[in-house]
Design a protein around this ligand. Structure first.
Ligand code: THU
Length: 131
């Protein structure tokens, strides 16, 4: 699956965000090596620390289905318009437990145009914790 298709799935996932507190909607689409896409959106809680990020919703859905190997994740976020949204540290570590070669695609809008920046997870989380 190409990056644009995965970004489209993240944009679609973002619409399912439950964000009554921040109003900042994040969508993620995680592609497994088996070729399936797992979508996630952020889910907020009145006790803010309980909030679950979009990336972890997608990852947990995939793990529950038995997936353990992933090739790419697309992430989009913003209140109204998409703005550059980079994954938080907790999500980076959770994803890193399943491989730091993961391609991380961050999509946003600049002058109304869809742009993307891609990284390997190891660039975003050097010196990853390993147990
Ligand atoms: N959020 C994500 O969904 N992913 C991230 O990587 C960073 C933050 C969410 C959590 C919360 O619902 C909102 O963005 C504002 O912090």
């Amino acid at each position: 699956m190409n990056n644009d298709e995965l970004i489209k799935q993240a944009i679609e996932a973002r619409e399912r965000a439950y964000v009554p507190y921040s109003h900042f909607k994040v969508g993620a689409a995680l592609l497994s090596e088996s070729g399936k896409v797992y979508q996630g959106a952020n889910m907020e809680c009145s006790s803010f620390g309980m909030t679950v990020c979009a990336e972890r919703v997608a990852l947990l859905k995939a793990l529950y289905e038995g997936e353990r190997k992933f090739s790419k994740i697309a992430i989009v976020g913003g209140k109204e318009e998409l703005e550059y949204t980079s994954p938080c540290g907790a999500c980076r570590q959770f994803l890193a437990d399943f491989g730091t070669e993961l391609e991380v695609i961050l999509a946003y809008r600049e002058n109304g145009e869809l742009k993307e920046k891609t990284f390997r997870l190891k660039e975003l989380l050097p010196e990853t914790f390993n147990l």
